[in-house]
Design a protein around this ligand. Sequence first.
Ligand code: THU
Length: 131
Amino acid sequence: MSLNIDWDLLHSEAKKIMAKAYAPYSKFPVGVAALVSDGRIVSGCNVENASYGLGLCAECGLVSNLVATGGGKLIAAVCVDGDGNFLSPCGRCRQLLFEHGGSDMLLMTPDGPTTMSKMLPWAFGPEDLNK
Ligand code: THU
């Protein structure tokens, strides 16, 4: 099934949830929204903790939301900072997104959409466990 990717909608959903971020320590709110293979949109924001290292990135919330609402494959995602500008997911979060989106998942960048295989080359993933 080929889905139409409404990048503007993903961007606005990412900004909407970014406004709900709990980031009192870094003061760096992040929001992320993604299109799922069945057409729904899932999103997440960062949730920090007084024990700094335990903070959850926005992408953690997104994948949790994905699984809790029925799973599926991530097709395309937009991640934003507090100004609504496209943000490059951190390394750990690329791995999280790769698990549920694979190499073909698209990520918006300031230069336009790019693939997960470009963002996380030579990724380790579920298939490596079967080799
Ligand atoms: N952050 C995310 O939520 N996602 C990323 O991909 C990059 C970083 C959060 C973690 C922390 O709460 C804040 O941004 C500053 O690093």
